[in-house]
Design a protein around this ligand. Structure first.
Ligand SMILES: [Zn+2]
Length: 466
């Protein structure tokens, strides 16, 4: 059995959690029970409910958001007229640019500004994107998160450890109330990944060995790093029920390393700040189940392709956020829907995310998109002498390769240049830089590939990596 028997966990789950929720007048536990029930509805029933919710949120957006009133009028929407998924698919997408330029008009006028919860994301451009939720949406986000936690064997009241780059995401702070809540209910030990050092990892390992968490929640890259560190130092990892990976792409080699080192399964979770959990893995690890009670997800095939199985742009509608409706939001990630049903019995549709953010793709001089995630394997994993690499593309004709060399193994610049050209384009110019280390972004992420080149079919004039 993973972890030791934790006598306090059931008390926290059955007593402290409901009391605390009642004190905060928070309905997330009721919403969680609903989600745990509806996840086993049939595919047809889930679709039927989605369409109802879709019609409701569109009608709401029309009535309360000036941006959507105008957009839906232009689109020919008539309040009260029923519509289907196919009609809806013709509504123009909502871009990040739309949000930046129309924030005040997108917001629901039904809520006084001070009642809305504002939120920020670094976004794919590195420029902050501000948006809003109504207070109830925060509750359904929390419920969806706890539903997925349970899939990974982590239930309310259990002890957890987190490797996280944004300390404000972890629900406790320095304030007494936050500390008390963490001690009684959230029970999470945190390693701040925005500034990881070997000493910090060693200390964190000591702490979790004592603390004995049931799960670890972490950014995929940070988790991989920690696993590599434990293995290289010969440190015994804690016994866990599972690990929850999010916020970064969980590359197959990350998963292999993490599962080998911890001898426990990794549950991948894909989401973003704008809509929270989008899709996540169950114990079958066979695609990610879409959070379909809260979100409606479409795949927009790449222009000019007839291949319906090719990954396309992920388009998301938040069925619950009235504070600021997101109707057909282009999140700038690619994916495809997975056919068939999952052995776990859940009716929630499944998604396969294709190699991370759209902006992770490099653009060849001919306009071809090359997946950065694939290149980590094709280009880096298979080229000797590299400790870490980053590809930066400022202009279409040029790739800057930043490399931290592995001191033990010689590195061949010519070989690497040849491979970059093989995958990105024969006419691309390849230059090298050898920094001491590859810098993390402010939130502790390692962008592997950064491209400031935008292929023609994307609307954004600027691109980068969060
Ligand atoms: Zn499943």
């Amino acid at each position: 059995m993973a972890g030791s028997f934790d006598i306090y966990a059931p008390v926290a789950r059955r007593l402290i959690a409901p009391l605390w929720a009642a004190k905060d007048r928070s309905p997330y536990l009721r919403l969680l029970r609903d989600l745990e029930h509806s996840q086993f509805f049939s595919v047809e029933e889930i679709r039927r409910r989605q369409l109802q919710k879709l019609q409701r949120i569109v009608a709401y957006a029309y009535d309360h958001s000036p941006f959507y009133r105008r957009r839906l009028d232009e689109f020919g929407y008539r309040p009260g007229d029923p519509f289907g998924f196919a009609d809806y698919a013709r509504l123009p997408v909502l871009t990040k640019k739309d949000i930046r330029e129309n924030l005040a008009k997108l917001r629901s006028q039904e809520y006084p500004a001070e009642q809305l919860v504002s939120n920020l994301t670094g976004g794919s451009t590195g420029q902050p994107l501000k948006f809003y939720h109504d207070p109830l949406r925060l509750e359904s986000r929390k419920a969806a998160t706890w539903r997925h936690n349970a899939w990974a064997g982590y239930r309310l009241g259990d002890k957890a450890a987190a490797l996280w780059g944004m300390p404000r995401d972890i629900p406790h702070g320095r304030k007494l109330k936050g500390r008390l809540r963490n001690c009684l209910l959230d029970r999470t030990l945190v390693l701040d990944t925005s500034a990881i050092t070997e000493e910090k990892m060693r200390e964190f390992h000591r702490e979790i060995t004592r603390y004995r968490p049931r799960v670890i929640l972490a950014y995929a890259g940070s988790l991989n790093l920690f696993a590599e560190y434990l293995a290289s130092e010969g440190l015994t990892p804690p016994r866990l029920a599972g690990l929850i990976s999010s916020a970064e792409v969980l590359y197959p080699e990350y998963r292999r390393t993490i599962e080998r080192v911890f001898d426990a399964p990794v549950f991948d979770r894909y989401g973003c700040r704008e809509v929270s959990i989008i899709a996540s893995e169950c114990a079958e690890h066979d695609g990610l189940h879409i959070n379909a009670e809260n979100l409606y997800l479409e795949i927009e095939p790449p222009p000019g392709t007839a291949d319906t199985n090719a990954p396309g742009e992920i388009i998301i509608t938040d069925l619950e956020n009235r504070g600021m409706p997101f109707l057909r939001y282009r999140i700038e990630d690619m994916g495809r829907l997975k056919a068939g049903s999952c052995a776990c019995g859940r009716g929630l549709p499944r998604l396969e995310v294709a190699a991370g953010r759209v902006t992770d793709f490099l653009v060849s001089p001919s306009g071809k998109l090359v997946s950065g995630a694939a290149l980590t394997v094709l280009l880096v994993a298979q080229t000797p002498g590299i400790a870490q690499a980053q590809l930066v593309q400022e202009r279409r004709e040029e790739i800057l390769v930043r490399l931290v060399r592995d001191q033990q193994v010689p590195f061949d610049e010519q070989l690497m240049r040849g491979k970059v050209r093989e995958f990105i384009g024969a006419d691309v110019q390849v230059t090298f830089e050898y920094p001491e280390e590859i810098p993390r972004t402010a939130s502790g992420k390692y962008p592997f590939s950064i491209s400031r080149v935008t292929p023609g079919f994307m609307r954004e004039a600027d691109a980068g990596v969060d």
